[in-house]
Design a binder for this molecule. Structure first.
Ligand code: UTP
Length: 273
């Protein structure tokens, strides 16, 4: 059972400055909903109701978002705008939210390690809210949990990207398993390789299921690319034991940490209204 979802949300969001100077990147809205709310909804769709959020300085708006705002609620009570809060109220009722701060931004791997205190000794999901995923059927996280239930090891979501973009992602190599065309046993992983060094064009996106031994591995992981503690390096240790599956998810992903992806997502969701 995967019961908890970790949201690393401590990054500076420098690609979105100045918007992210005083506002967390995860609170930027696609239409009227902040990115992190889409993420929490995706987790709920996968039957996860315990949200563990890694924040940092200047990220308090995330905590306020997943809480009641009494004055506001009182103000709009009984009016036509009350329905605008229905979805967020329902999430607040269904879920628990806990937070811990990453004091120094030493990378995604370090952010995940900071979450150990909220996760404990059990397998868990990781969702990067700036990778916004949409699928009409099962959410990407729900698809990944089915894969986890079958293989009982860490699972990363992948998609094929243009070869010239491999330097933005963790990239995997692997072998298809059990006659599938979407599930690979990972044999190699490289963080942000130059296209000429990339083993494939299969890139890891912001969804993971991790087994708890990852915490001990992360504790031993030295800073890698960019001087940051990389989750890709820690996962490679699991992959060497045959314990990482890469799953080509069904659905659409928008890189909302970039301006292009953010605009694309906005247009896409506006078109669906
Ligand atoms: P990014 O690579 O997108 O970095 O992090 P960023 O700081 O958020 O954005 P840019 O590149 O400066 O524009 C990927 C995810 O990992 C989290 C981020 O919040 C984001 O969800 N992260 C990254 C942390 O929580 N802590 C870190 O030290 C680094």
């Amino acid at each position: 059972m995967i019961k908890k979802c970790l949201f690393p949300a401590a990054g500076y969001g420098t690609r979105f400055l100045p918007a992210t100077k005083a506002t967390p990147k995860e609170m930027l809205p696609i239409l009227t909903k902040p990115l992190i709310q889409y993420g929490v909804e995706e987790a709920v769709q996968a039957d996860i109701h315990t949200m563990a959020i890694i924040t940092g300085r200047g990220k308090r708006a995330i905590e306020d978002h997943f809480d009641i705002s009494y004055e506001l609620e009182h103000q709009i009570k009984g009016g036509s705008k009350e329905t605008l809060l229905t979805e967020i109220r329902s999430l607040i009722t269904q879920c628990t939210f806990s937070y811990t701060r990453q004091v120094e931004m030493k990378g995604l791997g370090h952010a995940i390690l900071t979450g150990e205190t909220l996760i404990g000794d059990e397998p868990f999901a990781v969702l990067l809210a700036d990778d916004l995923c949409n699928h009409e059927g099962d959410s990407v996280l729900k698809q990944m949990i089915s894969v986890y239930n079958k293989y009982q090891c860490s699972v990363v979501a992948i998609e094929e990207v243009p070869l010239e973009e491999t330097n933005k992602y963790g990239v995997i190599a692997g072998n298809l398993v059990d006659g599938t065309d979407d599930t690979y046993r990972v044999t190699d992983m490289v963080e942000k390789p130059d296209p000429k060094d990339a083993p494939t064009n299969m890139a890891i996106i912001g969804r993971y299921i991790l087994t708890p031994d990852i915490f001990d591995i992360l504790r031993e992981t030295k800073p890698g690319k960019g001087g940051e503690i990389q989750i890709t390096d820690a996962l490679l240790e699991q992959a060497k034991q045959g314990n990482v599956i890469a799953y080509k998810f069904k659905g659409k992903r928008f890189d909302c940490g970039s301006v292009d992806g953010f605009v694309e997502a906005t247009n896409y969701f506006y078109g669906k209204m």
